[in-house]
Design a protein around this ligand. Structure first.
Ligand code: ADP
Ligand code: ASP
Ligand code: MG
Length: 407
């Protein structure tokens, strides 16, 4: 039996933790036979490397940035191999170029195209534990790419899929998936089982406990995914097909504070304006999330939308370069704002949910900048400093509503 494990940054932050994880991997090897462990960079290494790059250049080359960031994971994999050797285990570390994780070329957010299994299988057959540097790929030019922040989870699930692993265990610094980030909402409850669909909504909307593409892949290839703590023996959360939480009105709350808002004020009120704005951003591969058009005065409109914080300056530059074509009066922006989302399959058939969310926000005096909804989700844009208060108030309201609903 093969199992794939993944250990996040906090779990391997220092020498003691690496040794602790090595003992867990050794135990898994004794119990399961073949173990592949995917490692993240230690602690804040990725952020520190990124900061280093920006000390050197305001606009570092994306290729070189990936070359630099990918080193964090390679360090962890090598250190873990050394720790396992000291425990008397046979272990080998491999980076993406060595075992063959082929990705698209877009640096910083490359996608996995294909994974070779020969080298990993050969090492497993030899009796070695295989330690994989997560988060990275190699593109068709043979250059190193990275797969997006938090993407070591995706490396792990993709490997579990191609190796036909029994399960993929994600070890992190919380002991499972909760109804909200337990650091933000202390009364959040652990969810023992969650469906791929609901987990995908939660992680796509900012619950970074799992990288959203890892959930997508797990669903597509039917990989049994388990989220657990690397520090305790507590049972984690199982993410799988069979667990439909149909009884739940609301399954979770997610907060994404990696959001910037741009407002383009005074664009013409005529056909084609939105197309011009969003096509020039799309050409630059800038993803836009929430969009709001408000009716302005004297035949002009204001269009506001959100982008990831890292894309803010590029987005504004692009809009300025295209000012003649788009024609606007001025551009305003907020560097960081929070998107709070309430997710639940029960919402589709219960019209009262939206008003309960707004009431919970009103109760704690939180102002809403933008609203967007889908069948199973409501998202509001609020100030970052209001996020904690808002999440707790909504969580409290739904804890009681869920009980009534399920009963
Ligand atoms: P790792 O380094 O192990 O990948 P991350 O920091 O990426 O860990 O993800 C774990 C963090 O996700 C937790 O520390 C927690 O603060 C946060 N988190 C956000 N939403 C949730 C949630 N719904 N359930 C559990 N943790 C969550
Ligand atoms: N080290 C990378 C990051 O911080 C990838 C990961 O941890 O999953 O984003
Ligand atoms: Mg993570």
């Amino acid at each position: 039996m093969i199992i794939v494990q993944k250990y996040g940054g906090t779990s391997v932050a220092d020498a003691e933790r690496i040794k602790n994880v090595a003992r867990r991997i050794k135990k898994a090897r004794a119990e399961c036979g073949k173990v592949v462990a995917v490692l993240s960079a230690q602690g804040d290494t990725t952020d520190d490397l990124k900061a280093k790059a920006f000390e050197i250049s305001r606009n570092p080359s994306r290729r070189e940035l990936d070359m630099l960031l990918a080193t964090g994971e390679q360090q962890s994999a090598a250190l873990m191999a050394m720790a396992l050797h000291d425990l008397g285990e046979s272990a080998v570390s491999l980076n993406a170029a060595q075992f063959g994780l082929h990705s698209t070329s877009n640096y910083g957010s490359a996608r996995i195209k294909r994974i070779e299994t020969e080298r990993v299988n050969m090492e497993l057959e030899r009796g070695s534990i295989v330690l994989i540097a997560g988060f990275q790929g190699v593109n068709r030019y043979g250059d190193i790419t990275t797969l997006g922040r938090g993407a070591s989870d995706t490396t792990a699930v993709a490997l579990a899929a191609v190796l036909g692993a029994d399960r993929c265990e994600i070890y992190t610094d919380v002991d499972g998936v909760y109804t909200a980030d337990p650091r933000l909402v202390p009364s959040a409850r652990k969810i023992p089982r969650i469906s791929y669909e609901e987990m995908l909504e939660l992680s796509s909307l900012g619950a970074k406990v799992l990288h959203n593409r890892s959930v997508e892949l797990a669903n597509k290839y039917n990989v049994k995914l388990i989220v657990r703590s690397s520090m305790t023996e507590a049972e984690g959360t199982i993410v799988w097909e069979g667990a439909k939480m149909e009884k739940m009105l609301v399954s979770g709350i997610a907060v994404d504070d990696d959001v910037s808002r741009i407002s383009i004020v005074g664009v013409k009120d005529e056909p084609g304006v939105a197309f011009k704005i969003f096509s020039c951003l799309a050409k630059e591969k800038i993803s836009v999330d929430m969009i709001l058009q408000s009716i302005g005065r004297s035949k002009t409109n204001d269009i506001s939308f959100t982008v990831a914080c890292d894309d803010l300056s590029r987005a504004i530059e692009t809009l300025k370069e295209n000012r003649d074509a788009i024609s606007w009066d001025h551009i305003g922006s907020i560097d960081r704002i929070a998107k709070l989302s309430v997710i639940g399959a029960g919402m589709a058939t219960n019209p009262g949910v939206a008003s309960a969310v707004f009431e919970a926000l009103y109760d704690v005096d939180v102002n809403i900048h933008m609203i967007s909804t889908s069948e199973i989700r409501i998202s509001v844009l609020i100030d970052v400093q209001d996020a904690k208060r808002a999440a707790n108030s909504i969580h409290e309201k739904f804890s009681s509503l869920n009980v009534e609903y399920a009963g």
